[in-house]
Unconditional design. Structure first.
Lengths: 561, 208, 313
């Protein structure tokens, strides 16, 4: 299909002499760059490393769980492995992945800006991120931590024999990077939109990144303070959460989840943006209910702050509090459902093309729907009491974060790959990988719902015989999933050298980012674009065409004449 | 004023100036949540242990606390004058006010240091040998040390910022029209405002 | 306990109720999933590029009505599910007053249970079928969680406070007991079995256990050996409140508040006697923090509770 659109798309001069990749050369030109595009690539490199580290830990876990006995890892090393997996995947992969790779690269392009509002801050935040990552790696090298990524006290403060302070420092420092990036994004969206690009003409990806940034700015500092409190308690023995001296360990959970529930939305909201871009482009259809999509994003970002107590239904929290949090958790399900319905309705009367990004997007909708629906089980207090802290919860959040966010990351990366690198990836391989990822994911995580409901608790290094069949299924699926994650890395790297050169707009998409060359010049646009209409105007005419040769789209804006 | 460099993504100086301030406001929202978290912890424990908190709060040195409140409020005034005079292009006034602000800031940290020394002498550090026998009094002092230390750290960062601006303005390497003066002022006022919350919670509680 | 199955054993009253809610949710979730999957499939086939299906803009009012329609429908469904789940929870929240009370102390990495007649168990719990059993639990170190999948119950066990849960077993058998909250190195092995017995078997089992003093009896011994009786006995010369019938009564505090002397209050009074002083007494009682462990505290509280019984009788 790509060949087809390529012929019809606006002709361009592939491989123009000057772009952001070739403008300067040398290592220093990368490490000292303030160009948001290059920083996006720096993030991509760093985050890929962490994805490998966290993935390796996950692989060890799945390997160990193949048999009910603890034959590969000792109890302590298993506990350290899942803690490392959680810490790295949450703070060094999921939270930064889409915002810092795709957001950093695409946000200014999509709003017609030359760069982010504070280019130097952007570079600094990358260095802070890398420093935090090095501390995280140091934590592992110096013996690891065995507290779980949730750092529950008093285990963390008084009983753990791992290097808790280093782990807390790593997460604390990463928080600065997150906040700096979020401030940058918010200021950029507020102040650097192209002429004519009003708020309700913003592409949904920009809205998603904007909503995510707000959550980041308001939630991350709470985590920072909580980590400071437990570090102070552990390092200096001052009592804050210590029950022996009147402190309240449940208070820690409240403060921690006040951050960590919104953090779930930090991980998933950007994916909503990616999926909206991809679905509209490959269905060649205006998004269904644009304003509802925007309000749903903002509603999730807001109400996401009010549902943290649903992680604590069995903590001894009062029945009244349980019911209030249960109610709010059901309410926050509504905007997510609206988004799923709207993506589906966007397909209606479209001209659907099943390119790799679209397959990722369809897979995302399916997996996210399952993840979201199982959220209803967890919002119901009595059912949650049974399945919380079991593999049911593990399956649920992996469906959202891995089935959801990681599929969206791969989909978005494929979709924007020609823009980022100026090269086309091999389409057949990409489709194969997308399908494989969907099924590999299903094999890995669906059995976890069943064994969780059967009562298999999470964070168990050995387990009763009867759960083995499900663990074997999951471990087998993990192998497929691992291949499906590695495959795109292979063919994307391949495309850098042997891939066909991409034209400016290979998919015939409407966004501003496609109105400049691929890869874009350092200044993004030769002249600042002017926006004349809302996003996703894929079918400007009211007549339905079977006509394949009709001008497929009308760009959102362009160079002023 | 025109020598102020227009940096890359911006098309106009006015917009660029607006951005610095806007970005700082967003960052301050983050800071508010940072302190709010610790203050929530303080509030919860104070509700759980009202007497112990009152008894513990009576041990803090209200004289030092009050002097520091006065110092900080005055420094905010000089900082505000500095930011306004920078905007108006009055170089001498800006330099003087920045200098006075730094002096006040250092005075605050000095008084704080004296107070810390006294607290240590009075065995007000949580742990073995703590002066009061209610266990929850230690929780009060846990928050006391943590909050004042984090606040002092913010003061130090503020002093570094203002010091850098003073040096740059002195050498002339930063034009007075730079938005940095306004932004540093905002930050300084925020740190001041945090103290306005800490002062009654840590010094006045239990003294009514 | 072994063998392949898709459904965990259902062995308590709550389990049956929670299962019907679970099935209801499965049906709702399945229907929505099926709807979304069918729509995706049908649209994907019908509106694939180049198909001859009719296209064109949708009228604006239709877009809006559909949007409002499914927003309202989802919201209504969410509220309905909340009502259902909330009602199920409310019905099961409080243990019946005559429930058999078993005290559980968790520590890294074992469960210790004390039956009302003094029988002790480690990593096991025997309960009679058909009788309500209420667990009063606390932890000596970190947070643990008492989880019996067959009963569909789980409750975190928190140091420094008591948490409760209750169940009424319906089917004799042996079921898994797990620790569900990560508690350190041997978390995965901190478990055991819950055995449901016919009431007469349970009675036989309980009497066959090594006879130790029952919980209140042990508390009474501690009351003397720790020196509590030196001040709190009615004959004591020291001006200290008598503890006869104190359990569950309202007491006036020195600062004018009135609180109920429940387990939590009495526990604090033993560990932190100066915190909530009773009106009319001097703060002379020393703290017993470090001198008594959680098991001792449970015995002492059981003893104080038994004193209430003597008064009312």
């Amino acid at each position: 299909m790509s060949g087809l659109t390529a012929e019809r798309a606006i002709p361009d001069r592939p491989g123009r002499a000057e772009n952001y990749l070739t403008a300067e050369t040398g290592l220093a030109s990368w490490l000292l760059t303030t160009d948001h595009k290059r920083i996006g690539l720096l993030y991509m490199a760093a985050i890929t490393v962490f994805f490998f580290l966290g993935g390796a830990a996950a692989f060890l876990l799945r390997l160990e769980l193949f048999t009910p006995e603890g034959d590969l890892l000792s109890a302590d090393s298993y506990n350290r492995a899942f803690t490392f997996h959680g810490v790295v995947m949450v703070w060094f992969f999921l939270i930064p992945s889409i915002p810092n790779i795709l957001g950093n690269f695409m946000l200014p392009l999509m709003i017609g800006a030359k760069d982010l509002a504070f280019p130097r801050l952007n570079l600094i935040s990358w260095y802070i991120f890398v420093a935090a990552g090095l501390i995280a790696v140091y934590t592992l090298v110096s013996g690891g931590v065995d507290t779980g990524w949730t750092f529950y006290t008093p285990l963390t403060t008084a009983f753990s024999n791992g290097n808790v302070l280093a782990a807390a420092a790593a997460v604390f420092v990463a928080g600065f990077s997150t906040i700096a990036t979020a401030v940058n994004f918010i200021a950029t969206v507020h102040l650097l939109r192209a002429p004519g690009l009003t708020w309700f003409r913003l592409p949904l990806f920009v809205w998603a990144i904007y909503a995510t940034s707000i959550v980041m700015v308001l939630a991350t500092p709470v985590l920072a303070m909580v980590l400071l409190l437990i570090s102070a308690e552990r390092a200096f023995g001052i009592p804050i959460f210590d029950p022996l001296r009147g402190g309240d360990p449940i208070l820690f959970q409240h403060l921690f989840w006040f951050y960590s529930h919104p953090a779930v939305y930090i991980m998933i909201l950007p994916s909503f943006g990616v999926i909206s871009e991809v679905v509209t482009c490959y269905a060649r259809r205006r998004v269904f209910g644009y304003s509802f999509m925007v309000y749903a994003l903002l509603w999730i970002a807001l109400v996401g702050f009010l549902v943290w107590g649903h992680h604590m239904f069995v903590s001894g929290q009062s029945l009244f509090a349980n019911l209030v949090f249960s109610f709010l958790s059901f309410v926050v399900a509504v905007p997510s459902a609206i988004k799923v319905f709207n993506w589906t309705a966007t397909l209606y009367r479209g001209q659907i093309v099943f390119d790799a990004p679209m397959i990722y997007a369809l897979g995302f909708i399916g997996l996210f729907t399952i993840g979201g629906l199982t959220g209803l089980f967890l919002a119901s207090v009595p059912v949650d009491i049974h399945v919380t802290d079991t593999y049911f919860v593990v399956a649920h959040f992996h469906y959202i974060m891995v089935g959801g966010a990681v599929s969206a990351l791969y989909g978005g990366l494929s979709y924007w790959w020609p823009k980022i690198t100026g090269r086309m990836y091999p389409e057949a391989w990409a489709r194969f990988a997308a399908v494989m990822m969907f099924f590999g994911f299903g094999f890995t995580f669906f059995p976890m719902f069943i064994m969780g409901f059967l009562g298999m608790p999470r964070r168990y290094h050995v387990y009763p015989q009867e759960f083995q069949v499900w663990h074997v299924l999951a471990s087998g699926g993990a192998l497929i999933l691992a291949v499906a994650y590695l495959l795109p890395m292979g063919y994307l790297a391949w495309s850098l050298i042997w891939g066909r050169r991409a034209i400016a707009n290979p998919w015939g998409a409407t966004g501003l980012e496609w109105q400049t060359s691929s890869p874009p010049p350092t200044e993004n646009f030769d002249t600042p674009p002017v926006v004349v209409q809302g996003p996703y105007n894929y079918h400007p005419e009211h007549e339905g065409p079977p006509a394949m040769d009709r001008e497929p789209h009308s760009p959102q804006g362009g160079q002023p004449v | 004023m025109s020598e102020a460099a227009l940096h890359k993504p911006w098309r106009s100086l006015r917009r660029q100036r607006e951005a610095a301030e806007f970005g700082l406001w967003v960052f301050l929202a983050s800071e508010v949540m940072f302190f709010a978290c610790a203050l929530t912890g303080y509030a919860v424990n104070r509700v759980l242990w009202p007497e112990a908190f009152a008894a513990a709060a009576r041990e803090t040195n209200v004289l030092y606390g009050t002097i520091n409140t006065g110092i900080l409020l005055t420094s905010s005034l000089t900082m505000a004058v500095a930011a306004e005079s920078a905007r108006a292009g009055l170089r001498r006034l800006t330099l003087v006010c920045l200098g006075v602000t730094i002096a006040f800031g250092l005075a605050f940290l000095m008084v704080k240091g004296l107070e810390y020394a006294e607290d240590i002498e009075k065995h007000l550090v949580p742990g073995p040998g703590f002066r009061l026998d209610q266990p929850a009094a230690q929780i009060f002092f846990a928050f006391y040390w943590l909050l004042t230390a984090v606040h002092a750290l913010h003061m130090t960062i503020g002093l570094c910022l203002v010091g850098t601006l003073l040096a740059q303005a002195w050498r002339g390497s930063r034009p007075l029209s730079s938005p940095a003066f306004e932004a540093a002022g905002l930050y300084w006022h925020f740190v001041d405002l945090v103290w306005i919350f800490l002062y009654p919670l840590l010094y006045l509680a239990g003294r009514s | 306990m072994n063998g392949f199955s898709l459904w965990p054993p259902t062995a308590s009253e709550q389990a049956a109720r929670i299962d019907s809610l679970f099935i209801g949710l499965l049906v709702v979730a399945g229907a929505i999933l099926l709807l979304v999957a069918m729509l995706l499939l049908v649209f994907s086939i019908r509106y694939r590029r180049g198909s001859s299906a009719r296209r064109g803009e949708l009228p604006e009012f239709l877009r809006r009505d559909v949007e409002l329609g499914w927003t309202a429908a989802t919201l209504f469904l969410a509220i309905f599910l909340f009502w259902w789940a909330g009602a199920t929870q409310l019905r099961a929240s409080d243990a019946p007053p005559n429930a058999l009370e078993v005290h559980v102390v968790a520590k890294q990495w074992m469960w210790k249970a004390r039956h009302p007649n003094g029988a002790r168990e480690i990593n096991a719990l025997h309960v009679p079928r058909g009788e309500a059993v209420r667990l009063v639990m606390t932890s000596q170190d970190v947070i643990h969680s008492f989880f019996v999948p067959a009963f569909r119950v789980k409750q975190d066990v928190v140091p420094g406070r008591f948490t409760h849960m209750w169940f009424r077993a319906t089917k004799p058998g042996t079921y898994h007991l797990f620790c569900a909250e990560f508690c350190g190195t041997e978390h995965a092995t901190m478990g055991g079995t819950v055995t449901v017995m016919e009431p007469e078997d349970y009675a036989r089992w309980a009497t066959a256990q090594p006879q130790e003093q029952d919980l209140p009896g042990e508390g009474a011994a501690l009351f003397v050996s720790l020196g509590c009786s030196g001040c709190h006995a009615p004959s004591a010369a020291v001006h200290a409140p008598s503890l006869q019938g104190i359990y569950g009564r309202m007491v006036n505090l020195a600062d004018g508040r009135t609180v109920r002397a429940d387990a939590a209050y009495l526990r604090d009074s033993i560990l932190l006697p100066k915190r909530d002083l009773v009106a009319g007494y001097e703060p002379i009682m020393p703290s017993f923090e470090g001198l008594v462990d959680e098991g001792d505290l449970q015995s002492l509280l059981a003893y104080l509770e038994s004193l209430r019984g003597e008064i009312s009788r």
